[in-house]
Write a protein that binds this ligand. Structure first.
Ligand code: NAD
Length: 293
């Protein structure tokens, strides 16, 4: 079997895959490979799949399959998998870091020190303990964040219409979540239902001064509406790891908005996660190898 590693995986991965056959990272060889491993950069569109004439398996290292035309691939008999659960801890830790950085005034304090400014009096802090965290989406990542928030003394509620019960959070309606959440964190896939779901109308239903954290997808939040909500202080802060495009266009209005905390799509990028993703890739290949033996 010939395997194309098309995007950046942990450097230890090629050696782990040698047992399965020939490994290449030369994208020009796409027409000649049985398996392609992608993360976010490679887009497995119809054209790409048409070029890959021998392709039998696509593995996406990560959550979601947004960059793969899954229906078209499957119509051609190509199996498609992701490594859905591997990234939950990595993303939840980043979401928690973004959340706690806001009330602790971490970034402003640090930036002040860099400018030799002693902002002790100016930087008023608040605590997470006793506050309500509202999750939109309580799957793998939402659940890992909930566990961490509960350990910090937060009350956690979630809106997830596809769940009937949850191990550690109270499931509520979206209206209840908007009315109660001091912190609101997004953990949904980008779908027709979630695209632009945080907008002027929905933010008007939230508590004044809510903090919104987005490690899901940039498109779940209407950026122009968010900037207006930040300027009016309706929303106290928007902490985001995700963007309309990676990297965002230079004209992205969030760059110059007040009270924004930004990271460059780092959610899944921990060293431990890259190793876990590699282990799941190996397991998928073992199953595939057995099926096709
Ligand atoms: P998951 O499938 O385990 O959980 C998603 C949850 O969202 C499910 O429980 C589902 O029922 C719920 N859901 C679906 N549609 C909904 C809706 N309209 N309203 C409310 N809930 C809804 O996925 P996960 O592993 O927790 O990942 C969540 C998302 O995080 C991914 O889809 C991806 O967009 C994003 N993500 C980001 C990074 C990053 O680097 N920042 C990394 C991995 C995943």
């Amino acid at each position: 079997m010939k395997i194309l590693i098309s995007d950046a995986f942990d450097p230890s991965l090629p050696a782990k895959l040698e047992a399965f056959g020939e490994i290449t990272d030369d994208k020009e060889q796409v027409a000649d490979v049985d398996v392609v491993l992608v993360r976010s950069k490679t887009k497995c569109t119809r054209d790409y799949i048409d070029q890959a004439k021998k392709l039998r398996l696509i593995i996406r290292g990560g959550v979601g399959l947004d960059n793969i035309d899954v229906d078209y691939a499957r119509s051609k008999g190509i199996q498609v998998f992701n490594t859905a659960e591997a990234s939950a801890v990595a993303v939840a830790e980043l979401a928690f870091a973004l959340m706690i950085a806001v009330p602790t005034r971490l970034v402003e304090g640090h930036m002040g020190m860099k400018e030799r400014e002693w902002l002790k009096k100016q930087l008023k802090r608040t605590e997470l303990m006793g506050k309500t965290l509202g999750l939109i989406g309580a799957g793998n990542i939402g659940t890992e964040l909930a566990r961490r928030a509960i350990a910090f003394g937060m009350r956690v509620i979630a809106y997830d219409p596809l769940l009937k019960s949850h191990e550690c959070v109270d499931l509520v309606s979206l209206e209840e979540l908007f009315a109660q959440a001091d912190y609101l964190s997004l953990h949904v896939p980008l779908t027709d239902q979630t695209r632009g779901m945080i907008n002027t109308e929905t933010m008007a239903q939230m508590k004044d001064g809510v903090v919104i954290i987005n490690t899901a997808r940039g498109g779940c939040v209407n950026e122009e509406d968010m900037v207006e909500a930040l300027k009016s202080e309706r929303v106290r802060a928007y902490a985001t790891d995700v963007w309309y495009s990676d990297p965002p266009d230079a004209s992205c209005p969030l760059y110059d908005a007040p009270n924004v905390l930004m990271t460059p799509h780092l959610g899944a990028s921990s060293r431990e996660n890259m190793l876990r993703i590699g282990d799941v890739v190996v397991r998928i290949l073992e199953d595939f190898d057995q099926q096709t033996a």
